[in-house]
Design a protein around this ligand. Structure first.
Ligand SMILES: Nc1nc2c(ncn2[C@@H]2O[C@H](COP(=O)(O)OP(=O)(O)OP(=O)(O)O)[C@@H](O)[C@H]2O)c(=O)[nH]1
Length: 306
């Protein structure tokens, strides 16, 4: 913390010591600083990260000035590299045009111009990476629960859909909604409601495994992404989450009823787009509410639910 001391009409800042800073992130990343998907940050590793307009890209920049497969970026032991994949508007690194074919080195701070978008390359361990890390946290986390916020969860969902299609793997989505949540707010106040949401979020996060992801996508609505899960496995996961909440007996106040959740599950396949998947999970959630709440329903034939 800094101390202030007055000297005439100037203020001198006394810094008593340098507080320990969190370590800089160890992975290189690309941050979109202008154009489509501004604010998006993706880690760059050994596996080439494909950038383009096509939905099979790892970083999708949905603008006509961007080619379907525009360029790829990767980091190897000898450094990080970018390669133009034959883009109609060739890649520029800072003010330099990149030739098609051979790769070019990327160093910390380089600006990669992809159509109308500008990506900033942040090298592993860069001091600036910390700033982007924090900005990224602010932009992607829900402030109440610390989970992915809606916008970011939908980005994660988009990428998972691309990966599932590319790898021909199943992918399911569970939407979880707190039952009769309005009653908690109405009887005990908004702060009590917030505390319940925080406790549920922590509890659900502890249940999420491996490459699953969880976000808060609405006021009292959470969503869990289940890569590799078909509808039956998705229903099982939904039931696991429902049962965990029921067993924890989260109460807004002493003597209040235990909080329960209803869960709707849908799988990629019958629905092929993000909007269809969300809609199908939502319809299943309404079916769970209609069935009396505290249960799981799936889109289509339901293999689960007490
Ligand atoms: N405390 C708190 N309440 C919120 C927040 N966001 C939304 N809500 C409240 O969540 C409640 C949602 O109520 P409804 O959509 O009627 O649903 P419900 O009472 O949970 O009933 P069912 O979903 O039918 O079981 C409303 O009272 C909103 O004001 C929030 O961040 N904090």
């Amino acid at each position: 913390m800094a101390e202030h001391s007055e000297h005439g009409d100037t203020t001198r800042l006394t810094v008593p010591g340098v507080a320990p800073r969190p370590p800089a992130p160890s992975r290189a990343c690309l941050v979109v600083i202008a154009g489509e998907a501004i604010g998006t940050r993706v880690d760059v590793g050994e596996h080439p990260l494909r950038v383009g307009r096509g939905h099979d890209c790892d970083l999708v920049l949905a603008h006509p000035s961007v080619s379907r497969r525009h360029c790829e970026v990767w980091c190897a032991p000898d450094g990080c590299h970018v390669r133009d994949l034959g883009a109609t508007n060739p890649v520029r690194i800072n003010d330099r045009l990149l030739a098609h074919g051979p790769s070019a080195p990327l160093v910390d701070g380089d600006l990669v111009v992809v159509g109308n978008c500008i990506l900033k390359f942040i090298g592993a361990g860069s001091v600036e990476a910390r700033y982007h890390e924090e900005a990224y946290e602010v932009a992607t986390r829900d402030t109440l629960t610390g989970l992915h916020n809606r916008r970011h969860f939908l980005d994660v969902l988009d990428r998972a859909i691309v990966a599932a299609r590319r790898g021909r793997r199943p992918l399911s989505l569970a939407i979880l909604d707190v039952d009769h949540f309005k009653r908690i707010n109405d009887s005990l106040g908004h702060l009590a409601g917030d505390a319940v949401l925080r406790r549920l979020a922590a509890l659900l996060r502890a249940q999420v495994r491996g490459d699953e992801a969880i976000g808060r996508i609405g006021g009292e609505e959470f969503a869990v992404l289940l890569p590799g899960a078909d509808l039956a496995a998705g229903a099982e996961a939904g039931e696991r989450l429902r049962a965990a909440v029921a067993a924890a007996e989260v109460r807004a106040a002493e003597g209040a009823g235990a909080t329960t959740i209803s869960v709707g599950v849908a799988t990629l396949g019958t629905c092929t787009e993000r909007s269809g998947l969300l809609r199908a999970a939502d319809v299943a959630l309404y079916a769970a509410k209609d069935a009396g709440r505290d249960c799981v329903r799936t889109s289509g034939p339901s293999p689960a639910g007490p």
